[in-house]
Ligand binder design. Structure first.
Ligand code: ATP
Ligand code: MG
Length: 393
């Protein structure tokens, strides 16, 4: 749910009630992380995370309609006034043996908890009176607009290489600079990105592409060698950097796949997305070869056409305008091959054919003439036309 500073602060009020309830029960609790950062920057935020020295079982006792979100990370979702808050017990994360999954341990103090957090600006807390608690000079960095790891950058980025992506994401979102030492550590740790799951990379990349300052940060990302681990995406990012347009993840992957000549597997994609990417590439090819025809627009997905046109711009190659495509579409007697008034069975009967490649050829011919406007979309008319234009076996 959106927290909007200028409109209402019900979400924050609810969180404060949660903190106070913990305090009544003699526990500590603070708002922590992204919300505090966005609140201090006067930006909208989407969720509020709370950290406490209370253990999950106790949290569930204090808030009866709460439920455990993650046993491993000791996160419980607590409801208050219709809002939901993720409450996590103070913990420290250590021994990232695979650069991915930390072993987590409950800790006693807030100070220890915030040490596990990635960047100083994400390690700030608010108490129930909205006082800021800052153990890692996050306020200075917030003011200077700097992204800096909490503790040694080399160690913190090698523990979890996804933080490299996160650094660029926050830079793209907030228009912040990445601190020099953190940047050096990024360069050194880039090879570790190969340990990060495709799902996590996908999530981060999707968010980063949508951030308002991504264009400005992209050259830094390339310069740091971020995409070295993803050679196909690297090519797409280079093209984008030369001739920038805002793209979403699927469009970026389409560019990468188009350059590669087949759909890249560097990101996890659903079957539907792979189909969409292939279709968009097909249209790019049609546009490039200037072979746009009514038939090529049969069964069209406007989303793919629009993506294809957008992507053509990246390659300085826009040939058709959307208006031209729409004009052609308007002129088409049918817009889907399913609307054709004749099917394979009819053709089989009309030409007394067994299973033969000719059936498909006649169907193609039927589509051509109907879409082209040479024959009305009526079974009798089409059959007549086909009979007059028999195909030799
Ligand atoms: P967003 O606005 O995108 O949600 P956020 O800062 O809230 O930004 P989350 O991914 O929601 O980011 O994480 C919440 C908090 O958890 C962060 O602010 C940070 O303190 C901590 N955190 C998240 N991911 C990591 C990580 N990979 N390493 C260390 N700390 C992390
Ligand atoms: Mg968050």
């Amino acid at each position: 749910m959106l927290y909007n500073r200028s409109m209402d602060n019900k979400m924050l009020e609810g969180a404060i009630k949660v903190l106070k309830k913990f305090e009544e029960e003699q526990y500590e609790a603070y708002i922590v992380g992204g919300f505090v950062r966005d609140y201090l920057l006067d930006m909208d935020a989407y969720d509020i995370d709370i950290t406490t020295n209370c253990l999950p079982d106790e949290i569930e006792r204090i808030f009866p309609d709460s439920f455990v979100q993650s046993t491993k990370y000791r996160t419980v979702t607590v409801s208050m006034d219709g809002y939901r808050y993720e409450v996590t017990t103070y913990r420290s994360d250590r021994k990232y043996s695979d650069h991915r999954h930390p072993e987590t341990k409950v800790t006693k103090t807030l100070k220890q908890d915030v040490r596990r957090r990635d960047f100083t600006i994400n390690a700030l807390c608010l108490d129930s009176d909205l006082n800021v608690i800052d153990y890692n000079n996050g306020l200075v960095d917030l003011k200077k607009k700097i992204i800096r790891t909490v503790g040694s950058p080399i160690r913190r980025l090698s523990e979890d290489a996804l933080r490299i992506f996160r650094a660029f994401r926050f830079a793209s979102r907030l228009d912040f600079e990445i601190d020099k030492d953190t940047m050096n550590a990024i360069r050194i740790n880039i090879p570790l990105l190969k340990y990060i799951s495709k799902e996590r990379v996908r999530t981060e990349l999707t968010k980063t592409l949508g951030e308002p300052h991504f264009k400005k940060v992209l050259p830094t990302m390339l310069d740091a060698g971020l995409f070295k681990v993803y050679p196909d995406i690297l090519e797409a990012a280079k093209v984008l950097n030369r001739n920038y347009i805002q793209v979403d993840l699927i469009e970026l992957i389409t560019i990468a796949s188009y350059i590669k000549g087949s759909v890249t597997d560097e990101i996890l994609l659903s079957r539907k997305e792979i189909k969409q990417i292939n279709q968009t590439i097909e249209y790019i090819k049609i546009f490039e070869s200037r072979t746009l025809s009514k038939k090529s627009l049969l069964d069209v997905s406007m989303e793919c056409i629009e993506s294809a046109m957008k992507i053509m711009n990246v390659f300085h190659n826009s040939i058709y305008t959307l208006d031209e495509v729409n004009d052609l579409l308007k002129e088409m007697p049918i817009s889907s091959s399913k609307e054709l008034d004749i099917n394979g069975f009819d053709i089989k009967k009309a030409f007394k054919l067994e299973d033969s490649p000719l059936i498909k050829k006649y169907l193609d011919m039927a589509l051509d003439v109907v879409v082209g406007g040479y024959c009305q979309n009526k079974k009798t008319k089409i059959t007549k036309y086909l009979k007059e234009n028999r195909i030799d076996e």
